[in-house]
Design a protein around this ligand. Structure first.
Ligand code: GRF
Length: 238
């Protein structure tokens, strides 16, 4: 930690691709060919943003790509909800919207297949989760090793894991008496909030803070952090 509020944490290990589930192997193999085929167009990384809610981080990424001239293009917004702020924003800016919810499918495998098909169709090279409140199917994680990124509203590994999302995170931070919180960008693996950390920013927890006031401060921090992390990833930094 540098202590300047722009701390960078880089972990050192990489999890190998899991092919334990033979039933999914054909999906994975097929997908590796596609990844090799094309994940760029006009030298721009093709991004999918997955959202379930307001999509303020989605907007922050969208704006930063334009303002900073980043070599990326958000070509798809995928959501488990047919309508939400993020999907409205995507429609407004002509970004393809894809509504995929597990309840639309007879099985989890079919759901995973539909998600993979949607990603393949758009030749997605990087997936950014921005308030997506569903677990990513293992088959998708295996097809995109270290190509799925999430932002979490705490300084992981603290206050992460199953069930730790939204206001629950900030309530837990306040209850714990911590004097600082923040946000973390990390790769997504099969375990909630356990993938390799890419970057963290911290904010103070102030006397008199409520979960709501802390949430606002952390969200403002996220809007700087997520674009910074994207820029780093696009520059090929680990
Ligand atoms: C953010 O706090 C993010 O850390 C978490 O979900 C929230 C999404 O907010 N993963 P928004 O939809 O981007 O405004």
């Amino acid at each position: 930690m540098s202590g300047d509020g722009n701390d960078l944490a880089v972990a050192t290990h990489r999890k190998p691709l899991s092919l334990k589930n033979v039933g999914r192997r054909c999906i994975l193999e097929e997908f590796h060919e596609i990844q090799a085929y094309d994940c760029m167009s006009d030298n721009k990384k093709r991004l999918a943003v997955f959202c379930s809610g307001t999509g303020s981080n989605f907007r922050a990424l969208f704006d930063a790509i334009i303002e900073r001239g980043l070599p990326a293009e958000i070509v798809m917004c995928l959501s488990n909800r047919s309508q939400c702020g993020a999907m409205d924003f995507a429609c407004e800016y002509g970004i393809k919207t894809v509504h995929i919810s597990e309840s639309q499918f007879a099985s989890h495998d079919e759901f995973a297949r539909a998600m993979l098909d949607a990603l393949r169709e758009q030749r997605i090279g990087l997936i950014m989760l921005a308030g997506y409140l569903r677990k990513i199917p293992d088959a998708v994680i295996a097809a995109y090793p270290e190509k799925i990124v999430n932002i979490h509203p705490s300084l992981l590994p603290e206050f992460g894991g199953h069930g730790m999302y939204g206001m629950r995170v900030h309530e837990a931070v306040i209850t714990s008496g911590e004097t600082r919180s923040g946000a973390t960008v990390h790769f997504v693996n099969e375990e909630y909030d356990k993938g390799r950390i890419i970057m963290q920013h911290h904010v103070p927890v102030l006397t008199g803070d409520t979960a709501e006031t802390l949430a606002e401060r952390v969200l403002r921090c996220e809007h700087r952090l997520y674009p910074d992390a994207l820029e780093k990833l696009l520059a090929g930094e680990p």
